[in-house]
Design a protein around this ligand. Structure first.
Ligand code: APR
Length: 234
């Protein structure tokens, strides 16, 4: 199936943990993934943070430290190159790692927040924070404890108004490395389809969704570059 897009056509790219797997970061639902090793209710909900902020900080501080040991892979780099060639490409990621930015992508929409941002539980203070964090950091403005600026289960993802606006104008939707099990991101492909977008998924494991026009089964580091290189820009 050949895909062609106009210069001014909106391309909506949704990535999930699978795009970072070949860089060495764990996914969530593959065997041995994060949710095999941790319980969501212990480390990824507001109630968990209330109950045991030390454990939650330990979980995120460990993942923050891992960022220093990994690099973007060919899938991240191919997306960054495609964005440069086709500026109307919008990169929406469920991932909290910084590999898209480190690959050269700009205006990355982190709908689930970022490991490199922390924010105050008591005031509007937030900061980009790359250094390691030990224990529970405190806000230098108001003294309250800081939290990872990551969207937990039961919280509302960021930038949804902008995302839905983009989906209504999308001509080509590409989902990469996501199991499509967590909403609202899991509904994005169907919303794009309802606005007559062409829809493509690239994933290691087959996922079944009648709104996917083309499913490419394989590793993102190979298949993303291959697919993007075959898109005809009119
Ligand atoms: N190439 C392509 N796809 C891959 C690769 C790879 N090398 N490795 C794994 N995958 C696929 C898996 O087959 C799986 O379908 O990536 C998908 C990862 O799915 P999940 O682990 O569920 O991750 P994701 O879809 O990003 O989870 C969504 O759930 O827990 C929350 O907030 C968390 O953002 C996360 C959200």
């Amino acid at each position: 199936m050949k895909f062609s897009i106009g210069r001014n056509d909106t391309v909506f790219i949704l990535t999930g943990a699978g795009i970072s797997a070949e860089s060495g970061l764990s996914t969530f639902r593959d065997s041995g993934g994060l949710w095999d090793r941790y319980r969501i209710e212990d480390v990824a909900t507001p109630e968990a943070f209330q109950k045991n902020p030390e454990l939650v900080w330990e979980f995120y501080s460990k993942r923050r430290k891992e960022l220093k040991d990994v690099s973007p892979n060919r899938a991240h780099l191919s997306l960054a190159n495609f964005q440069k060639k086709h500026p109307k490409t919008y990169l929406i990621t469920q991932n909290v790692d910084n590999l898209h930015e480190r690959a050269g992508s700009t205006n990355v929409i982190h709908m689930h927040g970022s490991l490199t941002r922390i924010r105050c539980t008591g005031c509007n203070y937030f900061e980009e924070h790359l250094e390691d964090i030990e224990g529970i950091p405190k806000c230098k403005e108001c003294g309250n404890i800081l939290r990872p600026d990551v969207v937990w289960f039961g919280e509302i993802p960021y930038f949804l108004n902008q995302i839905y606006e983009l989906l209504s104008k999308t001509k080509l939707f590409i989902g990469i490395g996501t199991s499509g099990q967590v909403y609202p991101a899991a509904a994005f492909v169907s919303i794009a389809k309802s606005f007559k977008a062409k829809t493509v998924f690239i994933n290691k494991e087959r996922i079944y969704n009648e709104d996917i026009d083309l499913f490419i089964e394989g590793n993102a580091s190979i298949e993303v570059e291959k697919f993007l290189s075959e898109i005809e820009v009119l």
